[in-house]
Design a protein around this ligand. Structure first.
Ligand SMILES: Cc1cc2nc3c(=O)[nH]c(=O)nc-3n(C[C@H](O)[C@H](O)[C@H](O)COP(=O)(O)OP(=O)(O)OC[C@H]3O[C@@H](n4cnc5c(N)ncnc54)[C@H](O)[C@@H]3O)c2cc1C
Length: 326
């Protein structure tokens, strides 16, 4: 088995980015921001068991987040985060699998010997007996075209909501929450990143991850990132305690934005299955968009596809044994 990943590391939308700035003392400060998925919730027993094992291995930790949300939403959210950053869970699950990083698969080519992967830059990998696409639907659709057009058309039609995300470091602020879900304005989720397990920030610094609503993000998809950063900074400031007229304006040490063009599936539009597997072609598709668009849904889809492929391989091996014995 070989994993091909276009980025420098595995993780995808379970993402963490580092930023740094020079303090007044000239010392460089560095912090991390979980600018993709912030929480991992586990509802199904198999995923709960997997996270319990990962917790025992020190790969994830529970985050009992005190969340300010519109009444009567629950005030404490009991979820997991990965340590030290969100990609750590994917790295843990992919350990032992040979990885080819910074390799964008541009095209699939089916030959008599198996699947070949045409890579950006002109390289070709393979042949492989089976190919599994674990990509956002629009990207999977491109690779499926010409090989499985019905799947490609279905995936091209899956609506994905965008998300502009602000990563900011300010002076410390007396804010009683770990996170908030504003019920108006551009922001859907604001978290004190430094209060998440295993994070932290330099003394006197607060770090923030603020995610814009799908509607605001869609309306500002092509807006200049600097303007987006200013608008989201204003929205974040408005959620912080009012500062007295005599005090200085809030001090910003760092702010940047990331645009997720494909953040979350906007609606469940597929056929109700957890994944797709075409045994004749040796071609499979899995991803969060099959059921619910969250980390747990992504894992469940991949798990289901792995079980399906393994069951097929076992059945084929048994059939060969039976034929050989006859
Ligand atoms: C801003 C944001 C907030 C979120 N918040 C939450 C949350 O709080 N809780 C939650 O459960 N979920 C959340 N999610 C959703 C969650 O991150 C996803 O559901 C989950 O990570 C999807 O996993 P996946 O493996 O299906 O896809 P991805 O994580 O998108 O992984 C796909 C991978 O394929 C790679 N790739 C793409 N095209 C190619 C190619 N051609 N060749 C090679 N590699 C390629 C990508 O680089 C990526 O690493 C959030 C997502 C975003 C963006």
């Amino acid at each position: 088995m070989t994993l091909f990943e276009k980025s420098r590391g595995v993780g995808g939308r379970l993402a963490t980015r580092r930023a740094s700035w020079a303090g007044d003392d000239g010392i460089e400060h560095q912090v991390g921001f979980d600018h993709g998925a912030q929480t991992i919730a586990a509802r199904q027993p198999r995923f709960r068991a997997l996270l319990a094992r990962a917790e025992a291995a020190g790969v994830v930790a529970r985050w009992r987040a005190c969340v300010h949300a519109a009444w009567p939403a629950a005030a404490v959210r009991d979820v997991y985060v990965a340590l030290p950053g969100m990609p750590a869970l994917v790295r843990h699950l992919a350990r032992g699998v040979p990885q080819r990083l910074e390799q964008t698969v541009q095209r699939l080519h089916r030959t008599a010997a198996g699947w070949q992967l045409v890579l950006a830059g002109g390289g070709v990998a393979g042949p492989f007996d089976q190919v599994v696409l674990a990509l956002p639907p629009a990207q999977a659709a491109v690779l499926l075209a010409g090989h499985h057009d019905r799947w490609a058309d279905a995936l091209a039609a899956v609506p994905m909501a965008p998300c502009w995300t602000l990563m900011a470091a300010t002076e410390d602020v007396d804010w009683p929450w770990d996170a908030a879900e504003p019920d108006r304005g551009p922001l859907a989720w604001v978290a004190r990143n430094d209060r998440r397990p295993g994070r932290g920030a330099p003394r006197g610094v607060a770090t923030w991850v603020a995610q814009a609503t799908p509607a605001w993000s869609a309306a500002h998809l092509e807006t200049d990132p600097q303007d987006v950063a200013l608008a989201l900074r204003d929205a974040l400031s408005a959620l912080l305690p009012a500062r007295s007229a005599s005090s200085q304006p809030l001090r910003w040490h760092h702010s940047s934005v990331h645009r997720w063009r494909y953040a979350l599936p906007a609606a469940a539009t597929l056929d109700g299955r957890e994944c797709w597997w075409d045994v004749e072609r040796g071609l499979g598709v899995c991803g969060d968009y099959f059921s619910g668009g969250k980390v747990e849904a992504a894992w469940r889809s991949g798990d289901e596809l792995a079980d399906t492929i393994a069951a097929g391989l076992e059945a084929a091996a048994e059939a060969m044994e039976t034929a050989a014995a006859a």
